[in-house]
Design a protein around this ligand. Structure first.
Ligand SMILES: *Cc1c(COP(=O)(O)O)cnc(C)c1O
Ligand code: SF4
Length: 445
């Protein structure tokens, strides 16, 4: 099946050109001001494809694609929101507004899970920015030019790093450092390019990071993974964009050189799979030999229902994608608005998994990507008269933690690992002493 897709040029929309969005023409002044006010604090970017094909404008404001990309007043504390509105109404100088926004931002925990402090590795004694190496087998690389996205998710925790840097010379130098590090670390099997969204880079830039890894000296690298939301936010990237074909050729080359190419595609909702260009992009990517695995957090107001997940996983399986992870929303940004109690997250996951066949039950989780590792909620149970959460690591800072069950006292309000206490009167989880040792060691750098 070959569908003819008409090409489209990307247009970005944000607070600055909000008034030129045709679909908002019947929004009141007040509603527009609300969007603009939140956008002073949290990043806001959407694009013409999302406006024209993903958002259902008959279902505003509940539409999940609208919630996913448009800021709304409830995302800020009402005191902060009113303060920004007041400053904007008074037309204060830009610098004053910026300072007020920065103050609010600082309270929003921009770097959760010790990302800044603990996961930065070193090369010849010096820290290398742009790399995280937390789990033995996998190195994350954040190409400087890929630290932006085709649109911004309203719940995203990556917002402090959205600054584009497009210099090819810089990319070459940076890629050189990454290569040196990977050569020194023969234990690494997977390289995961992430961002932002690395697929905002052109094929030429992308190949500066990827092609060197195809040389024999990187035989220990078996898998190249690319974390991306582009198939959802801008599928034209793979279909009609000017370098769509070059990108697919790069993908083919990776596969032909004997490496596994895993596209870690980020999908919140089945609506993102439901357009002709979205399915055509998936078809074209898969035709290169790449495998698409899907993952997303479960987020209140966007995808907090079992039916949504079950339908999404089924559609993904029919399109040849493999459901991979379901995450608990992180403790950052507008978390008060988006977070869901762990017990509810688990129930949604359980109810969704029950509705699908084994081929879609590859979605594992729900996972908290936290300081000690990726912690899965395996269930709620009663053990020795105490109601508990059953938990285990899917990934740990110490590989030996993986797949060891542990128990936390049941807490119906807990939304993250740090709200949980060990069950059975114990004062520490099994990993905590070792974690302290590991972190002390890493801080020495
Ligand atoms: C999730 C994650 C990975 C990849 O883990 P997998 O379980 O192999 O998918 C690697 N590094 C970090 C820091 C992560 O958070
Ligand atoms: S695409 Fe990913 S990095 Fe970009 S805003 Fe969404 S969640 Fe954040």
């Amino acid at each position: 099946m070959n569908i003819k897709i008409k090409s489209l040029e990307i247009h970005f929309y944000g607070a600055n050109n909000l008034d030129s969005i045709p679909q908002l023409s019947n929004f009141s002044e007040q509603e527009r001001l609300g969007i603009k006010a939140v956008a002073q604090v949290l990043p806001f970017r959407t694009n013409n494809y999302i406006l024209e094909q993903l958002i259902d404008w008959n279902n505003i404001p509940e539409d999940p694609m609208f919630r996913l990309t448009f800021p709304h007043p409830e995302m800020l504390d009402s005191k902060d929101y009113n303060h920004i509105i007041q400053l904007m109404t008074e037309n204060v100088p830009k610098a004053v507004l910026k300072e007020a926004a920065n103050k609010i931002r600082q309270q929003l925990n921009p770097h959760p899970a010790g990302q800044k402090k603990y996961n930065v590795p070193t090369l010849n004694g010096k820290p290398i920015p742009g790399i995280q190496h937390k789990y033995r087998e996998t190195v994350l690389i954040f190409p400087a030019a890929g630290q932006t996205c085709h649109a911004y998710c309203t719940f995203c925790f990556r917002w402090p790093q959205f600054v584009g840097l497009e210099d090819l010379k810089f990319a070459t130098r940076e890629s050189g450092m990454f290569q040196q590090y990977l050569q020194q670390h023969q234990e690494v099997r997977d390289v995961l390019l992430t961002g932002g969204d690395p697929m905002t880079m052109k094929a030429r830039q992308l190949s500066l990071y990827i092609e060197p890894l195809l040389e024999p000296k990187f035989d220990h690298i078996q898998t190249i993974r690319i974390g991306t939301k582009s198939i959802s936010f801008w599928p034209y990237r793979y279909v009609t964009d000017e370098d769509a074909d070059n990108t697919l050729r790069l993908f083919e080359k990776i596969v032909q050189r004997g490496k596994h190419l895993a596209i870690m595609a980020h999908y919140e909702h089945w609506q993102e799979l439901d357009t002709p260009v979205a399915t055509e992009a998936i078809r074209r990517i898969r035709s290169t030999g790449a495998q698409i695995r899907t993952q997303a957090p479960i987020v209140r107001h966007i995808n907090d229902s079992a039916e949504t997940w079950a339908k999404m996983w089924q559609m993904q399986v029919s399109l040849g994608c493999i459901p991979y992870y379901i995450f608990v929303e992180r403790q950052t940004g507008a978390k008060a608005y988006f977070e869901i109690p762990l017990v509810r997250v688990f129930d949604i996951y359980r109810e969704a998994i029950q509705q699908v066949s084994g081929l879609a039950r590859t979605a594992r989780g729900p996972l908290m990507s936290a300081l000690p590792g990726k912690v899965a909620i395996d269930g709620v149970a009663e053990v020795a008269g105490e109601k508990v959460f059953v938990l285990s690591f899917l990934q740990g800072r110490e590989p030996d933690w993986c797949k060891r069950s542990f128990f936390a006292s049941f807490n119906p309000d807990a939304t993250w690992l740090n709200n949980l206490k060990p069950a059975f009167g114990e004062d520490k989880f099994f990993y905590e002493s070792q974690l302290e040792e590991i972190l002390t060691r890493q801080q020495l750098f």
